[in-house]
Design a protein around this ligand. Sequence first.
Ligand SMILES: *[C@@H]1O[C@H](CO)[C@@H](O)[C@H](O)[C@H]1NC(C)=O
Ligand SMILES: [Ca+2]
Ligand SMILES: [Ca+2]
Ligand SMILES: [Ca+2]
Length: 350
Amino acid sequence: MGNCLLLFLWCLLDKSFVSPLHSSSQSRMGKEQHRNMMAHRKHGMMGVHRVKRGWVWNQFFVLEEYMGSDPQYVGKLHSDLDKGDSMVKYTLSGEGVGSIFTIEPSTGDIHALRSLDREEKPYYTLRAQAVDVLTDRPLEPESEFIIKVQDINDNEPRFLEGPYSASVPEMSPVGTYVTQITATDADDPTYGNSARIVYSILHGQPYFSVDPKTGIIRVALPNMDREVKEMYQVVIQAKDMGGQLGGLAGTTTINITLRDVNDNPARFSKSIFHLRVPESSPVGSSVGRVKAHDLDSGKNAEVEYSIVPGDGGSMFDIYSNKNTQEGTKIFTFIHLYIHMLIFYIIYKYI
Ligand SMILES: *[C@@H]1O[C@H](CO)[C@@H](O)[C@H](O)[C@H]1NC(C)=O
Ligand SMILES: [Ca+2]
Ligand SMILES: [Ca+2]
Ligand SMILES: [Ca+2]
């Protein structure tokens, strides 16, 4: 006769049997559902008093966020010194005893008194003891065991660092990396699909795409032109349960700005400027202004003016005004007696 305290595991969990719970989109488990589950459990475990199975040895499970009005059944302690003659009394000590877990001294049945949150505390360590009812003396050494809080999918994926902003050069080819975003899910990543996230794009097609697994955002449309539209607000969704129906979802926004590339030449608003100057004007006096416009931005839009050598060109000089981006022509040499007609060509910095 082995001198040990056996933990009868009525609630051995078979993954395939528990997983339907995870498809519930509601974060709270209904009482009805729970009853069904308990019925399944007992039915499924009938006569299977597994003892010392390596993978569950000294573990009990209790479902988190249980909403039933009765205490939740956790499992049963049993000593093989217990002959069913009510001579053995079971006691519990350790985490949550009295406040969360109770034991029926004569039967060894353990119940949870209130609902538990796995994301707050995933397991409790307790010790069990079987004592002689008459002498109060321990019948065998104390045995330590764990009550594990079984995960349900009650947390949606969250983007903790959002909202985000990113940029990519305009005219980038399809597939160009823009940025990567990551959502986190507080549920148990080691069990079921409660924390298995799939990314999708809710807003921002056909311009951008997101990789369902990695959350990497890429350019999805060629020839996106900053001069047409500079900023895109992209909305990304992260959904758990592997993206299936009934999963919980969270969203975030990414502002994606197209960075300028120098893809526009400077242009005059007209091809001919008529400027008049009195014949008596002294050398160095202003003749007038011309202005060209560049659709790019920053340095790419800075215009520098120069006079193309040619007919009358040597009579004039031109200054580029950095602030107004205008060119001012002034006399350089002698008086002129005609009205000049001049063409300009623009050279850009880059
Ligand atoms: C994104 O753009 C919107 C609208 O322009 C702005 O209100 C918001 O602050 C921006 N968000 C970020 C993260 O840059
Ligand atoms: Ca959970
Ligand atoms: Ca989840
Ligand atoms: Ca440009």
